[in-house]
Write a protein that binds this ligand. Structure first.
Ligand code: TYD
Length: 214
């Protein structure tokens, strides 16, 4: 998938990037623009998106015991994703809807595989087993200067979860891993400058999806 099983017109777009990059705002703006063009759009997020996956999200972002060992963390993200793909994403694509997902497997590749040190092969194997290797039709990677994004995050004022609280080095490694993934697949990823007014970032995203919107 998604090309193979999805109905004509269905597209699967994932937003990726570090914390504070504005993924949720941009996902919402893209959904509005697509709906204005007459598409049916499902907006969802990871970890989460279904009741089962949201339950796993709570375990991941506030571990009830000692921190999860890296392998357990990767398995939980993959398990949440398997539920989300089976119960929400694949059915929506099969109906012909657009699906916009705030984070998907490339977050696991960057956070657990890259920064967490598990490696890309392990994460890709879990994704093949859990979710049949489903790939987005395009990944919108929102990138920006570290200090500027950190400032936005602070302004958001939300309490940091167990992963956000990790070191600046960890988050730098996440950004580097995303860059490497994007460089290896320039057609699959659109690298978008996340800095500037939300409407300007939105315009860049629409331009990067131009071939799908025609
Ligand atoms: P979320 O509140 O969605 O973060 P943000 O608002 O920054 O997108 O929390 C998700 C956290 O989980 C975030 O720190 C990234 C992390 N994460 C992973 O480590 N691996 C994954 O596969 C996914 C989907 C998220």
């Amino acid at each position: 998938m998604s090309g193979a099983d999805s109905k004509g017109g269905a597209r699967f777009i994932a937003f990726e990037g570090g914390e504070g990059a504005g993924k949720s705002t941009q996902a919402r703006l893209l959904a509005e623009a697509l709906r204005a063009r007459g598409h049916t759009v499902v907006v969802t997020r990871e970890p989460g998106g279904t009741p089962g996956a949201e339950a796993i999200r709570a375990l991941l972002l506030a571990p009830p015991g000692a921190p999860w060992p890296p392998q357990a963390e990767a398995l939980l993200f993959a398990a949440a994703r398997a539920d989300h793909v089976a119960h929400l994403i694949r059915p929506a694509l099969a109906r012909g809807d657009w699906v916009i997902c705030d984070r998907f497997v490339d977050s696991s590749r960057a956070y657990q595989g890259g920064a967490g040190g598990l490696g890309d092969d392990a994460i890709t194997a879990l994704h093949a087993f859990g979710s049949g290797g489903l790939r987005p039709d395009r990944v919108i990677l929102l990138e920006g200067d570290e200090a500027a994004l950190a400032g936005r995050l602070a302004a958001r004022g939300k309490a940091a979860d167990a992963i956000e609280r990790r070191s600046a080095d960890y988050h730098r490694a996440v950004a580097a891993a995303f860059r490497t993934l994007a460089e290896a697949d320039p057609h699959g990823f659109a690298r978008i400058d996340a800095l500037g007014a939300p409407e300007d970032v939105h315009a860049r995203i629409l331009a990067a999806l131009g071939d799908m919107l025609a």
